[in-house]
Design a protein around this ligand. Structure first.
Ligand code: KIV
Ligand code: ZN
Length: 529
């Protein structure tokens, strides 16, 4: 079992701890199926992260299964599960991680006065006793144990120092300092990490980590300030997703450390050329459009529109460019494939986008590519990603579309009909009217399947360029308080909506058939964020 050793504390290497699959998934609109989590975990390993927090094993059967699957098949990074300082949580985490090459158990308890009094109803000493017992138990199952003092930045500094010394004594090799509510500032964060280094007597036996939320838009700045003060692990997520306003964005921290290496004097193990493809893969799987101006991985991050900037760029790239697009895997001109492109060109392009299908998978993509290239002349990266991501296997069946129709016209009601086939051999045909063709289609789906499609969010965005571009429809449905997602891709946006509705109803039926455990109290709200 590999343990990430405290010696890194003083070395110029910052560990990247990715929590996209745990804290990121707690964000509304980002729930992921097991197969999506596995895909993302493999991409994170290829990206070079040091630790993948794959979930919170005790939270639900689905979380447990995803962590277990990732622990079984992802090699390279340590695989981690979150756990409260409770026996049941820790033992479940240990079971989920049993087959990991490197395993880490991450235990946490809140330490701030507000949380102690109102959430935990515990005294200072009780919190310390729980924290120590949690770490000791976790150490029975893993050499690599991380402890988080939830709401650390609103905890009395001298008490926090006491807690940290106790958990290090108990065997924690990483101590994480979360700014759970995104309250702190860079100067305060620097001061807090410096304080910990000065006042925690055994701090040289642990790696200091930070975990910053973005409520005031300072998560990345706060993480970097912590690194300047000596933190040697940063917790972050792809594109900064996470509870509320999110976490610190992995790609931003990594590129800030690289671009300003003369200032920080540290590096990471991240293969930065994988940043753009990984972020795109993630957004396509989630059916979420990347904001064009997103730092590092947005479409506009390297686009220069103003004439004066273009002039400067032609003379010297450095005039307006502080990072090279190729360093983050962003290609200036997207190579366009067409119907005459062969297997070799397609394989190369998929490879550079981070998709490495096996022979059978490649043939399916190739067939889809040829069909698409017949419909639209130019096939872009976005189209290829949609083909490679395919249909989520956890959302196929029991329903399939036999036929659909929708029409709308100026000033009148739209109408739609669907004919669906169920894998148990029966068919359902329904028609409906609506405010628009998509609305009419969704209500025809509701009638045919008997599932109420209460829409929380519905978006359509283009996957590539041109009038014949494919559209991706993303639907988030409220299913008895739980969020269910459906995505569909087509050159026809109404068909994309129909496919998204199909994926959503299939997920609902599968979920209902599997009857999950409910999340323990405090998992999403009380588990900080
Ligand atoms: O934000 C937070 O405090 C957390 C902890 C559980 C690490 O997510
Ligand atoms: Zn958090």
């Amino acid at each position: 079992m590999n343990m990430i050793t405290p010696q890194h504390q003083n070395a110029g290497r910052v560990r990247v701890f990715d929590t996209t699959l745990r804290d990121g998934e707690q964000a509304p609109g980002y729930s992921m199926s097991r197969s999506q989590k596995r895909r993302i975990a493999h991409a994170l390993a290829e990206l070079g992260v040091d630790v993948i927090e794959a979930g919170f094993a005790q939270a639900s059967d689905q979380d447990f299964d995803s962590i277990q699957a990732i622990a079984r098949e992802v090699r390279g990074p340590a695989i981690c599960s979150l756990a409260r300082c409770q026996q049941g949580d820790i033992e479940t985490a240990a079971r989920a991680l049993d087959d990991a090459e490197h395993r880490r158990i991450h235990v946490f308890i809140a330490t701030s006065p507000l949380h102690r009094e109102f959430k935990l109803a515990m005294s200072r000493q009780q919190v310390i006793d729980n924290a120590v017992a949690g770490v000791q138990l976790a150490r029975r199952y893993a050499d690599d144990v991380e402890f988080s003092a939830e709401d650390a930045l609103r905890t009395e500094p001298e008490y926090l120092a006491e807690v940290l010394a106790a958990v290090i004594e108990a065997g924690a090799s990483t101590v994480n300092i979360p700014d759970t509510v995104g309250y702190t500032t860079p100067a305060e964060m620097f001061e807090r990490i410096a304080y910990i280094k000065r006042h925690v007597r055994n701090i040289d036996r642990a790696v200091i980590s930070v975990h910053c939320h973005d409520d005031l838009g300072m998560a990345v700045a706060n993480s970097l300030a912590a690194v300047s003060a000596g933190a040697r692990q940063v917790e972050c997520t792809l594109t900064g997703i996470g509870e509320r306003a999110g976490n610190a964005a992995l790609e931003e921290i990594v590129m800030a450390l690289k671009t300003r290496s003369e200032l920080y004097g540290v590096d990471t193990g991240i293969h930065t050329q994988r940043l753009y493809p990984t972020a795109r893969l993630f957004n396509t799987l989630m059916g979420i459009a990347m904001p064009r101006n997103k730092a590092v991985v947005g479409e506009n991050a390297f686009a220069h529109e103003a004439g004066i900037h273009q002039h400067g760029m032609l003379k010297h790239r450095g005039t307006y460019e502080i990072m090279r697009p190729e360093d983050v895997g962003f290609e200036r001109s997207q190579l366009v494939l067409g119907k005459h492109s062969g297997r070799h060109a397609l394989r190369e392009r998929l490879d550079s986008l981070g998709h490495h299908p096996d022979e059978a998978g490649f043939e399916t993509i190739f067939t889809g590519f040829k069909t698409l290239a017949d419909k639209k002349r130019e096939v872009y990266d976005g189209d290829l990603e949609a083909l490679a991501n395919g249909i989520d296997p956890e959302a196929t069946g029991p329903w399939a579309i036999e036929q659909w129709h929708a029409s709308s016209h100026n000033g009148g009601t739209a109408s739609a009909s669907v004919r669906l086939r169920h894998e148990q051999g029966f068919e359902a045909s329904e028609a409906s009217i609506g405010d628009g063709p998509v609305h009419a289609l969704l209500s025809a789906f509701e009638r045919a399947t008997g599932h109420a499609l209460t829409i929380r969010d519905f978006q359509i965005h283009s996957l590539s360029n041109g009038g014949d571009a494919q559209g991706q429809a993303s639907l988030i449905i409220d299913c008895q308080g739980r969020e269910v997602r459906g995505n569909g891709v087509s050159t026809d946006i109404v068909e994309a909506a129909a496919l998204a509705a199909l994926e959503a109803v299939n997920r609902i039926e599968r979920l209902q058939a599997s009857e999950p455990k409910t999340k323990p109290a405090g998992v999403s709200a009380g588990a900080g964020s």
